[in-house]
Design a protein around this ligand. Structure first.
Ligand code: CA
Length: 234
């Protein structure tokens, strides 16, 4: 299900957006106020995309955007802004929105933006359309049922810990993670050893196995003063 939350207080515009997105194959959840949108998101955490109007009677679309982003890094957020208000755009993007569409917009314009964001969100989720038990990224295929990794079709031997780190990275592609994040995901919160060291050691080993040039990593990127990020820096 491709779930989209549509927040718009003006009924005519909301109906227009809902009609067009439904026709484009999306499953729509409608909200007329920001408060309602947040409640609906809580009840439907599998919403992929939120289309948020900025100007609302209660809390603004910007506030809703901030709250949604604080809850989920993965949800895609598109702001509906008034064309005249350049500030709305900037504020929206600063608040964690991925994109914006200026009013008035054509159905096609909106659908193109929602489709493109939906694809990005799916990539971030690491959901391959081929098989659900495979996470793919660039030349890599991580088979989550067999716990096997291939690069350009060639098998790479990885330990279970390396597999878990890699799975965590690949399902959070593009998102910087601290060493604490990584160690909690892999070893759990009860681990009492030196978290920084054990993460660093495993990252070093993974780079030896995955990167073309381990000393010049492209996929496991160092985020200075923060941690690591999985992606493709080329
Ligand atoms: Ca409005």
């Amino acid at each position: 299900m491709k779930k989209v939350l549509v927040l718009e207080d003006e009924e005519a515009i909301r109906a227009f957006v809902v009609l067009n997105l439904t026709r484009a194959g999306y499953d729509i959840i409608e909200a007329g106020t920001g408060e309602q949108a947040l409640e609906l998101y809580e009840a439907n955490p599998d919403i992929d995309i939120a289309v948020l109007d900025v100007m609302l009677p209660g809390i603004s679309g910007i506030e809703v955007c901030k709250k949604l982003r604080a809850t989920s890094q993965k949800i895609g957020i598109i702001m509906l802004t008034a064309k005249a208000l350049e500030n709305d755009k900037v504020e929206g993007l600063m608040s964690g929105a991925d994109d914006y569409v200026a009013k008035p917009f054509s159905p096609m314009e909106l659908i193109v933006r929602v489709d493109s964001l939906y694809r990005r969100v799916q990539l971030l989720k690491g959901e391959s359309t081929a098989t659900s038990s495979e996470i793919t990224f660039g030349p890599f295929r991580l088979n989550t049922s067999g716990r096997m990794l291939t690069k350009n079709g060639e098998k790479i031997e990885i330990t279970q810990v390396e597999y878990q780190i890699l799975k965590y990275f690949m399902t959070n592609a593009g998102v910087a993670k601290t060493r604490e994040d990584i160690s909690s995901a892999v070893w759990g919160d009860a681990f009492t050893g030196d978290r920084h060291k054990i993460v660093d050691v495993n990252i070093r080993r993974l780079r030896m196995k995955l990167e073309d040039e381990p000393s010049n990593p492209v996929y496991i990127q160092t985020v200075w003063g923060f941690g690591y990020r999985w992606g493709d820096s080329r």
